[in-house]
Design a binder for this molecule. Structure first.
Ligand code: BGC
Length: 766
């Protein structure tokens, strides 16, 4: 029976049952029709399949798997074929584990360097993020396994992520916050998209018809299913009308019944339900085609993780100390040398097959190294460890310091509050430079941080979070076995005050105002002419590249262009360069970023080799989103195309004329103007009044009210209490999530109180 026939054969009850998961990780099955359940699991940089499905509300121990470089690092490769390989390997592990859909990739924009989940996201630039996301999806799906592009959309901070309202003007949504998703959908057709928890302009994503149907399906041509993030379903019936297919997790009998009732009472048409059910059945049948019972070679997959990591690390500074010199003696300091940070915390956390460490690999590679921990990952500061490391450093030719962000500071559920590294790490580096002039710093961490000691050290290698092969990959680059070729997929700012969302990010307010509009990341720093610590697109190599020529052919009628850039390796060894293409509108009459990334390509060049790299530009490369016209449009005039080695290292350029419109209604808004002018009727779409308790009140809001606390004690006891006082990362994240969870979501996550009982209690309380 094909999908359509199956749907025709289903009873209303069967159809409704499919719109909610059967448990934490499975879709519902219908035995009568031989429609088997399918298993979905996290994602995104490896498989997190729980050993006991459903245990601890999805946070229980998971099977062993390879932890590949998380998105913060893999995107720094700027290499779509490499990311596709990561996807293929993950797809294979998914098959081996019987997983039908991997919950990833995360394509949210990095609006602030402080977002606790930035390590799971690719970039501050939607073009780069979209291309990398598409490559990852294509890789996984090549194996016949599905993906779930998440978290759609405007989920750019962790604080209040379950109840917050992202207030974003339409142009910023279209050009920035939706654009990466759009590119990924158009280029890779993920099997599914996961909607975000938050509201966008006062409307929850889970029943937002404009988002899920008008934009995602009708405009972008998305063919798959939309599932909710875990516990994100606002109104199940409205969700069906909006195009939300599967509520996760399940079971949620109340919502299944609500769907049946709505159809019977003709508040929901059966045709709308059928559309949703057909998409679900098509996906389940597709999953049936997967090859099962395969195995994978753990060693081989470890090597893939190693290769991707070493080809993504970013050399930020090098005054001749790297690659390492076998004739020199090195002090290796910092506990990260033995226990590297290699992944972040939360739902993406992998139970790694095997993690190697830099110190052991340095020893294996035959370097003359001696170790001192310098700081402790367990305690705040330890003078004795610091002194021991400084003594050792003074005795050796050079020092390799391992430092970075702590495990606790980077997790789903929380945002950071500072750009600083732990003070023990900064103190260690600052003390060591006083006794040894040859200091190499190796850094781990999932997002930007400040480097107060930068001018005093010789070399800096940024490894972000490298995944399982942390040690081998780090030593591959330190030794010169691999020439570093990563480039920053985000700006490292000089200070928090400099960041575009400063003052409007992760505040105690439920409304998150995106007052910087389209100026995210380098778009903001360039527009505001701000200096940065390291610009977007920056990264050094052990060799040098010169950009020798640029030429462009452009067909103005078709708005299609081909740009050719000649690049030469002028240094002493082979290497890879990421050639970047930025487009700038000269003398623009509208508010727009100075220039934007519209192409990139990584190219391998032997010593002395010259290659011509080709790029294709299209209509979108020159467009901005015109709100009055309701579509992307081109401003008539001159455009400059730059070939660049980073967003602030523009090497060559060519000018062209692009004919377009100068729409008289284009807005005159500039950054700093009244934010409300960006919205319909000049009204900022704030979240609904929360003063009265409702099913959308969070457990923390409930816990502030004595009577409400008592009324909803079963939810609090089963969701909040189990995670209180536990110190592991997963429990801390679960606690943050529980506190933020609306009553409706807590009901589904715990099953401790039904929604009808909750509604009755609310009536009494209000
Ligand atoms: C996260 C998702 C994840 C899901 C299942 C949610 O809390 O936001 O990214 O896929 O849990 O673990």
């Amino acid at each position: 029976m094909n999908a359509e026939e199956m749907v025709k054969n289903m009873t209303l009850e069967e159809k409704a049952s499919l719109t909610v998961g059967s448990d934490f990780w499975n879709f519902v099955e219908i035995e009568r029709l031989d429609l088997s359940r399918i298993l979905v699991t996290d994602g995104p940089h490896g498989i997190r399949k729980q050993k006991v499905l459903g245990e601890e509300m999805g946070s229980g121990e998971s099977v062993e798997a390879t932890c590949y470089p998380p998105a913060c690092l893999s995107s720094s490769s700027w290499d779509t074929s490499l990311v596709e390989k990561e996807g293929e390997a993950i797809g294979k592990e998914a098959l081996a584990e019987g997983v039908s859909i991997v919950l990833g990739p995360g394509a949210n924009m990095k609006r602030s360097p402080l977002c606790g989940r930035n390590f799971e996201y690719f970039s501050e630039d939607p073009f780069l993020s979209g291309k990398i996301a598409a490559a990852w999806i294509n890789g996984v799906q090549k194996r016949g396994v599905g993906t779930s592009l998440k978290h759609f959309a405007a989920n750019n901070q962790e604080r209040k992520r379950l109840i917050g309202n992202s207030v974003v003007d339409e142009r910023a949504l279209r050009e920035i916050y939706l654009a990466g998703f759009e590119m990924a959908v158009r280029r890779s057709q993920p099997w599914s998209v996961m909607c975000s928890y938050n509201m966008i302009n006062g409307k929850y994503s889970s029943d937002n018809k404009w988002l899920l149907s008008d934009v995602l399906r009708d405009e972008w041509g998305f063919k798959g299913i939309v599932m909710t993030d875990w516990g994100a379903m606002n109104d199940r019936v409205e969700g069906i009308k909006a195009g939300l297919d599967v509520e996760m997790p399940g079971p949620d009998k109340a919502n299944v019944d609500a769907v049946i009732k709505a159809v019977r009472e003709k508040r929901l048409s059966e045709e709308d339900l059928d559309k949703v059910v057909l998409r679900i059945v098509e996906t389940m049948l597709r999953a049936r085609e997967c090859k099962r019972n395969i195995t994978y070679d753990k060693k081989e997959h470890h090597e893939i993780a190693r290769y991707i990591a070493s080809h993504s690390f970013i050399l930020l500074k090098n005054e001749g100390l790297l690659p390492l010199d076998r004739k020199k003696s090195y002090a290796v300091v910092g506990e990260f040398a033995k226990k590297p940070r290699y992944q972040g915390s939360g739902s993406s956390r992998i139970n790694s097959n095997y993690v190697d460490c830099p110190y052991d690999e340095l020893v294996k590679a035959g370097y003359d190294v001696s170790y001192a921990s310098g700081y402790s990952l367990a305690v705040e500061s330890a003078d004795s460890l610091l002194n021991e490391a400084v003594c050792l450093a003074g005795e050796k030719d050079a020092v390799i310091v391992f430092a970075g962000l702590s495990e606790e500071s980077e997790s789903e559920g929380f945002d950071r509050s500072t750009l600083s590294l732990p003070s023990s790490h900064n103190t260690l580096i600052e003390s060591i430079v006083k006794v040894n002039k040859n200091v190499i710093v190796v850094l781990y961490g999932g997002s930007p941080f400040s480097m107060p000691w930068l001018a005093d050290v010789g070399s800096v290698l940024l490894c972000y979070l490298p995944g399982d092969a942390a040690g081998e990959a780090t030593v591959d680059v330190l030794s010169g076995e691999v020439n570093p070729s990563g480039k920053l997929a985000e700006t490292f700012p000089l200070s928090l005050e400099d960041t575009p969302s400063y003052g409007n990010f992760s505040t105690s307010d439920n409304d998150v105002l995106y007052k910087e509009s389209i100026l995210i990341g380098y778009r903001y720093y360039d527009y505001m002419k701000k200096d940065v610590l390291f610009p977007f697109g920056f990264g050094l190599s052990y060799t040098d590249f010169s950009y020798e020529a640029i030429e462009m052919e452009f067909d103005d009628d078709k708005k299609m262009g081909t740009v050719r850039v000649k690049v030469r390796n002028t240094g002493e060894c082979a290497g890879e360069e990421v050639v970047q293409l930025y487009v700038e509108k000269l003398k623009s009459r509208i508010f727009r970023p100075i220039r934007e990334l519209k192409g990139f390509r990584k190219v391998f060049l032997d010593k002395d080799e010259v290659k011509t790299v080709e790029f294709h530009l299209d209509e979108r490369s020159f467009s901005y989103y015109s709100v009055p016209l309701g579509r992307f449009d081109i401003e008539d005039g001159e455009y400059r195309i730059y070939a660049a080695s980073s967003s602030r290292d523009l090497r060559l350029s060519v000018d062209i004329h692009v004919s377009g419109n100068i729409s008289p209604e284009v807005m005159s808004w500039r950054i700093g103007d009244d934010f409300s002018l960006l919205f319909k009727d000049k009204k900022v779409p704030l979240s609904p009044d929360r003063s009265r308790l409702s099913v959308n009140s969070s457990l923390s809001e409930v816990m502030e009210n004595r009577n409400a606390y008592e009324a909803f004690k079963p939810l609090i006891d089963s969701y909040v209490k189990p995670f209180e006082g536990r110190n592991d990362g997963m429990s801390r994240m679960m606690l943050a999530m529980a506190m933020d969870m609306p009553l409706r979501g807590a009901s589904v996550m715990t099953g401790a109180m039904g929604i009808d009982e909750i509604k009755e209690k609310l009536e009494t309380l209000n």
